[in-house]
Design a protein around this ligand. Sequence first.
Ligand SMILES: NC(=O)c1ccc[n+]([C@@H]2O[C@H](COP(=O)([O-])OP(=O)(O)OC[C@H]3O[C@@H](n4cnc5c(N)ncnc54)[C@H](O)[C@@H]3O)[C@@H](O)[C@H]2O)c1
Ligand SMILES: O=C(O)C[C@H](O)C(=O)O
Ligand SMILES: [Mg+2]
Length: 613
Amino acid sequence: MWRSAARRSSQIRRLLSSSAPPAGPLATVPAPCIVQKRGNDILNDPWYNKDTAFPLTERDRLGLRGLLPPRVMSFEQQYERFINSYRSLEKNTRGEPDSIVALAKWRILNRLHDRNETLYFRVLIDNIKDFAPVIYTPTVGLVCENYSGLFRRPRGMYFTAKDKGEMMSMIYNWPQEKVDMIVVTDGSRILGLGDLGVQGIGIPIGKLDLYVAAAGINPQKILPVILDVGTNNEKLLDDNLYLGLRQPRLEGEEYMAVVDEFMEAVHARWPKAVVQFEDFQMKWAFETLQRYRNRFCMFNDDVQGTAGVALAGLLGAVRAQGRPLHDFTKQKIVVAGAGSAGIGVLSMAKQEMLRMLGKTGEGEGNNQFWVLDKDGLITKDRKDLDPAVSSFARGHGPDEIPDLHEGASLVEVVRKVKPHVLLGLSGVGGIFNEEVLKAMKESDSPRPAIFAMSNPTTKAECTPDDVFKHVGENAIFASGSPFSNVSLGNGKTGYANQANNMYLFPGIGLGALLSGARHISDDMLQAGAECLASYITDDEIQKGILFPEVSSIRHITARVGAAVVRAAVAEDLAEGYRTVGPKELGSMSESQTVDYVARNMWYPIYSPLVNNK
Ligand SMILES: NC(=O)c1ccc[n+]([C@@H]2O[C@H](COP(=O)([O-])OP(=O)(O)OC[C@H]3O[C@@H](n4cnc5c(N)ncnc54)[C@H](O)[C@@H]3O)[C@@H](O)[C@H]2O)c1
Ligand SMILES: O=C(O)C[C@H](O)C(=O)O
Ligand SMILES: [Mg+2]
């Protein structure tokens, strides 16, 4: 029985106005799905396969009779069976090394993904807090490191340096007619693990799993891509089992020609697909962003998604001090890491400060940032100063803190600056050591904030235990990979927030798609970040909670997506999506836009299969 449209939309409204995530199905009986296959071809296709849940009538219609055990299980029974086997695995691997347990958990989920996508995405959505660390950071890092050994079957597309001249036709090898969302990497900077070559494909796969779980992108319309242009990782080049091209990375024009050809091929086949660039080393992250951002609907998650999430956290840290948001302009911020993520954060934070001050130009406003890279504090005395960093480099003069010289160490900088916030995007585990954290105790903020944003867990600049122990109970902590909260005694909790771009990129991609944006502008990204920042209540902020629970990620993404749609409309960048034109998008109120976004989220439920052959 079909629910009426009115009932459906009131259900969506209820789901989105409550704090609960919109987890339930929006219709009890989904539309039938036309299938051109029969028999074993259906069982071997994870999109159509229902395993033991094929009803008898469907088994007859689709030539499945006799190919399955006779008992018909319900979806709920299958779900319970999977969760039970997952829990047994957790029990049986207790006491084993962390990496063994993590890979065992990843394998059981990956096997389900290979076999039955509907069940896989349903368990992922319902248990996202438990499963995100398995399909995403930190386990995805381990999976990438061991990809060649773990490989069983391909997922996504592999374009290589040897495919030059072929990509325009190769793109048609992808079996799906329509693709909405692409995540692409060249494997050159996988999390904080460096160059992993072709093995980096695990990252687009994990990010797109989140696109399905958080943004409700239809899994038939996603495409993970690796651009294999070689690797400079000697260990991989020497490894007989390595599955990528065994040659040094292409550089310069040769490199750009591969990426250009890939982008042209994508655009030719799916002109409205959104392309997310992920885990490119800094020089290519910036070069490709500049080159493509006004030509294609694309963004770089490490530069732009990370910046928005960090900005939301930085604004939360101001609120936690009981100060008005405008005081963000007076915060002293030390950033360890001047790479693609660090520079992205600095640029967006600076833009926000200038906006608050009503200023627009470069060089206006105070420099509230002290930036360090692997060679220490960056000042104007630095030789070969990267132009991307130069506006944040410290100079000389009365506004500067005396004795803070070029290359000063992190602990020196923290001691002298007494920053409100210490933010790490260095990719180096443990650099916020005891000495540095004890120096943060002298921060000018009553609630010193420490963001250890590097991934995976082994690369986090510090742990929440260290922060609450060395900085004190008033500290605020956030990390890129998940940590458990810390018990502070007396029933008090030290919150381990997760400051990860997963709170933004699904909404950015979804909003860009559903608005039919020509490209993704700074205003669209800022709207997403501001939406995330405003999601947390004052009560939560006072407790030290800066980011929402991962379990509410669909709910957050619907709102971020709507904010992005509205920003695209406001800038006249929206061309519309399917039957919804730009005019209609423009006439939607804020809550109608949220409804529109939520209505377009795919939800895993078995559809009746109809064979039309
Ligand atoms: N939490 C998130 O959402 C998120 C998003 C993007 C990136 N990251 C993480 O941030 C890290 C960096 O990513 P990136 O793309 O900027 O990498 P990158 O390689 O472009 O930059 C790393 C920077 O850190 C600097 N650095 C190295 N050692 C240092 C040290 N001891 N002290 C201070 N700085 C040091 C380097 O000089 C460089 O400037 C990675 O671990 C990545 O996983 C996290
Ligand atoms: O992948 C993540 O978890 C976040 C980020 O994109 C990163 O590169 O670390
Ligand atoms: Mg990344």
